[in-house]
Design a protein around this ligand. Structure first.
Ligand code: PEP
Ligand code: MN
Length: 328
């Protein structure tokens, strides 16, 4: 929304009045003839006529919508047996960081399904920081993932590391994950969008919310059925946690833009002891779900062992989150 002031207005005074009403002014523009405020979308409802009745405001206009496809997107999406999004019960997505064997993914899939979870995650190729770390078992892992998901009736989410992987995963996955390192890989966003499947779009580790929204818009413009956002922590300055979980961004997307956001506390903090409080915090601030890494024997995990919950720890966490959701 753009608010134009009348020539006689005192900008500081009007700014005070608008701020007091909860409006969020993000830009100020002034030339000899005119002062304008650019007001960000807000979770507060705004009555334009009431604003126009304030002495000193001469005009209110709406700039062209920067994310038209996103704004048209429904606030919920159904994946397998679950509806995910605004006002739906928060979901849990769980599974290992990487799929390491048929046995490993089957044990984890069986366990999470017994906990009432309906979506299985797991990487087939891993986007590792070091090229010498475990890179994933690729097509073999996809087969193991498919077998486990069928056996335990779970929906599947896995990451497409590049355009060339989409063909391989498209018939197995219910949701295509775009990883943090790929959030601004436009060819991948477009190609994944063309498959007309839901996309889980992880936030780049140094991406602004605006860049994240535009990346989602790119997927939708290419044909994606739905984009869910995934906050997985941004680059912080303190190595005591792996990343910095930006719950402000989660609230903003959920409460101001009505977008479904999944929070991934595992990659955000990188340590399993903090996953319960952060999962609870995520749900409290409007997340539509959480995604957690789980391993039945994390000391042997080929990637991200320190942040994987054991099966028992997962049961406890899932019970706490689900009980709270049922009660609300
Ligand atoms: C993952 O979820 O497996 C992953 C690699 O996460 P991110 O892209 O957030 O680092
Ligand atoms: Mn991981």
């Amino acid at each position: 929304m753009i608010i134009t002031l009348a020539a006689h207005a005192n900008p500081a005074e009007i700014q005070g009045i608008l701020t007091e009403r909860g409006l969020w002014i993000t830009q100020y523009h002034s030339d000899q003839n005119q002062v304008q405020f650019l007001v960000s979308p807000s979770s507060m409802s705004v009555d334009k006529n009431e604003l126009l009745s304030i002495d000193g405001i001469s005009d209110i206009s709406t700039p062209p919508q920067p994310y038209p496809e996103l704004m048209k997107q429904t606030t919920q999406v159904t994946i397998g047996q679950k509806t995910i999004g605004i006002n739906a019960t928060p979901v849990i997505i769980a599974g290992p960081c990487s799929i390491e064997s048929a046995e490993q993914i089957a044990i984890i899939a069986e366990h999470i399904s017994q906990c009432g979870v309906t979506m299985l995650r797991g990487g087939i190729h891993k986007p590792r920081t070091s090229p010498y770390s475990f890179q994933g078992y690729g097509e073999k892992a996809l087969q193991w993932l498919n077998d486990a998901s069928k056996k335990y009736h779970l929906s599947v989410i896995t990451e497409a590391l590049g355009v060339e992987e989409l063909d391989m995963i498209k018939d197995v996955v219910d949701v295509i994950q775009i990883g943090s390192r790929n959030m601004q890989n436009t060819p991948l966003l477009r190609a994944a969008g063309k498959l007309n499947k839901p996309i889980l779009l992880k936030r780049g580790m140094a991406a602004t919310i605006k860049e994240w929204l535009f990346a989602a818009e790119t997927c939708l413009l290419a044909g994606s059925g739905h984009v869910l956002f995934c906050e997985r922590g941004i680059r912080g300055f303190d190595p005591q946690t792996r990343n910095l979980l930006d719950l402000g961004a989660v609230s903003l997307l959920a409460h101001v833009h009505s977008m479904g956001v999944i929070v991934d506390p595992s990659h955000a903090v990188g340590r399993r002891d903090l996953l319960l409080p952060l999962s609870q915090a995520a749900v409290a601030c409007g997340a539509s779900g959480i995604m957690l890494e789980v391993h039945h024997d994390s000391k042997t995990a080929k990637s991200d062992g320190p942040q994987a919950l054991s099966l028992d720890e997962f049961t406890m966490l899932a019970n706490k989150i689900q009980m709270k959701s049922d009660a609300s």
